[in-house]
Ligand binder design. Structure first.
Ligand code: PRP
Ligand code: URA
Length: 209
């Protein structure tokens, strides 16, 4: 089964409390999502492979480590995942970006796909799927399946807040995928919203409510 990594860095937890506050405005909310994405990216890439190289400093030869292995792609789930992209590419500027458009049907809570555009070499890249919310897990599971259908082998999932139900679904459907979250909240409510959560992430990032 994929490992669930709950990231408890104090800076991350402090910024998460800003997101949860119902009085946080759009500007501050967006900034916090970006900063959280950057901090989470740092933690989720901890095990990337490196190789030794020799670098000439002005003084002597230094043995250093640089990234090795496959290149990365970041795949935000639209819309809310877009809010995490800038934070991610501030640490991994050469990552390519794929987009998957999914929304939850308000009645059934099932994901409905409306857009997809992947980099042509996506199968040769390691992928980090980003979306602030993992609620029922339907959207993330469908997105991961979609990316696997494009030939990707190594996929990580990064969510700011998860419900236990969403974690369980992704672990069942995709036992090879590691999940990185800043919090696993209590539960889902009758509308499949995360409790206590932060409300509707897309609406709060884009100011649509
Ligand atoms: C939200 C969120 C996830 C999804 C999580 O998106 O950003 O994509 O719900 O729910 P799930 O785990 O139950 O599938 P939403 O469908 O509201 O679309 P939006 O980002 O366009 O607002
Ligand atoms: N999507 C959101 O934006 N928030 C939730 O709590 C659940 C799904």
């Amino acid at each position: 089964m994929g490992t669930l990594h709950v990231l408890d860095h104090p800076l991350l937890q402090h910024k998460l409390s800003i997101l949860r506050n119902k009085d946080t405005g759009v500007k501050e909310f967006r900034e916090a999502v970006n900063e959280i994405a950057m901090l989470m990216c740092y933690e989720a890439t901890r095990d990337l492979p490196t190789e030794e190289v020799q670098i000439e400093t002005p003084v002597a030869t230094a043995t250093c480590r640089v990234l090795a292995g496959k290149k990365l792609a970041i795949v935000p789930i639209l819309r809310a995942g877009l809010g995490m992209v800038d934070g991610m590419i501030s640490l991994i500027p050469s990552a390519k970006i794929g987009h998957i458009g999914l929304y939850r049907d308000p009645e059934t809570h099932e994901p409905v796909e409306y857009y997809c555009k992947m980099p042509p070499d996506i199968a040769e890249r390691d992928v980090i799927v980003v979306d602030p919310m993992l609620a029922t897990g339907g959207s993330a599971s469908a997105a991961i399946q979609f990316i696997k259908n494009h030939g990707c082998k190594t996929i990580r999932l990064m969510n700011i807040i998860a419900a236990p139900e969403g974690v369980a679904l992704v672990q069942k459907d995709h036992p090879d995928v590691d999940i990185y979250v800043a919090s696993v909240d209590e539960r889902l409510n009758d509308h499949a919203y995360i409790v206590p959560g932060l409300g509707d992430a897309g609406d709060r990032i884009f100011g649509t409510k």
